[in-house]
Design a protein around this ligand. Structure first.
Ligand SMILES: NC(=O)c1ccc[n+]([C@@H]2O[C@H](COP(=O)([O-])OP(=O)(O)OC[C@H]3O[C@@H](n4cnc5c(N)ncnc54)[C@H](O)[C@@H]3O)[C@@H](O)[C@H]2O)c1
Length: 269
């Protein structure tokens, strides 16, 4: 028996990074997995790789910024596997050229990021919940971000959209808990996925490493295993929560590094 045996999972943005890790882990623990992505070839490759190893998976195109496309992916899942009991709303992105500080952010980009990062969670949940109600329950998992819990110099829309996802998680959990539908979120810190490699110059990665309590960066599987836990019945009394998977980056006093430097100076080290 796998940890999510016979659950039917739709993973959004499953062709790469965190979504790919979650898709692989869910399938290997017995779920029937639909991997949805803008990059449908990548999603198909991932599903094919799982099938060759004897697991149950298939792929479907998804544009998370488009309501009809989300509906199509959910309908595809239900037609293929009869229901949907796990929805992993994982798609999310930013744009370092346009998602800037409040004075300079591109307002069209604000709208696009709100649609792709936050509204997609609302829409996916809206169309998956009736199937979960019919099935007697389900688990919705959302990817938010530590960027949704603190201010920063740029990525205003990303941070605001991820904060929206974290709080929407509680609304969904509160509204459908009595239907045995749980909703939780995972908030990654810096995770070394293709997107992070693309967006983060080495110097920025080093800044993250300096503030992590742990001596290494996060990997996609660190989030994947958290999603697996939240999808499984092992977490059946957990709902409305955001689990922060961030290497202890945010647990210290923000001024700790400067304080350490000050101590070293006064102690003559
Ligand atoms: N990697 C990190 O450090 C980090 C930190 C915090 C939060 N996150 C969040 O984790 C999630 C996954 O990030 P990742 O690092 O694995 O990214 P990634 O780029 O490696 O994977 C994202 C996947 O989503 C797909 N995608 C992008 N836009 C899409 C759209 N509109 N419709 C459908 N598919 C689309 C991409 O094709 C890609 O396969 C995102 O929500 C991101 O905001 C990541």
């Amino acid at each position: 028996m796998g940890r999510v045996q016979d659950k039917v999972a739709l993973v959004t943005g499953g062709a790469s990074g965190i979504g790919l890790s979650a898709s692989n882990l869910l399938a290997k623990e017995g779920a029937k997995v639909v991997i949805s992505d803008f990059n449908v070839e990548g999603a198909e490759q991932a599903a094919e790789a799982l099938r060759t190893q004897g697991y149950e998976a298939c792929a479907v195109f998804l544009d998370a910024g488009n309501e009809q496309s989300i509906i199509d992916a959910i309908n595809f899942t239900v037609e293929k596997y009869g229901t949907i009991t796990v929805l992993y709303n994982n798609v999310g992105l930013t744009n370092l050229q346009k998602d800037l500080d409040v004075l300079n952010i591109d307002l069209d980009e604000w709208d696009r990021l709100m649609d792709v990062n936050a509204k997609s969670v609302l829409i996916g949940s809206r169309y998956a919940i009736p199937h979960m109600q019919k099935a007697g329950g389900g688990s919705i998992i959302n990817t938010t971000s530590m960027a949704g819990f603190a201010g920063d110099v740029v990525r205003t829309a990303y941070g605001a959209s991820k904060a929206a996802v974290a709080n929407m998680t509680k609304y969904i959990a509160a509204q459908y808990g009595k239907d045995n539908i749980r909703c939780n979120a995972v908030a990654p810190g810096l995770i070394m996925t293709p997107a992070a490699e693309r967006n983060m110059p080495q110097e920025v990665q080093d800044i993250f490493a300096k503030f992590n309590a742990l001596p290494y960066h996060g990997e996609a599987d660190d989030i994947g295993y958290t999603v697996l836990f939240l999808a499984s019945d092992e977490s059946k009394f957990i709902t409305g929560q955001t689990i922060q998977v961030e290497g202890g980056h945010y647990i210290g006093n923000p001024s700790m590094a400067d304080f350490q430097a000050f101590l070293a100076k006064v102690q003559g080290k």
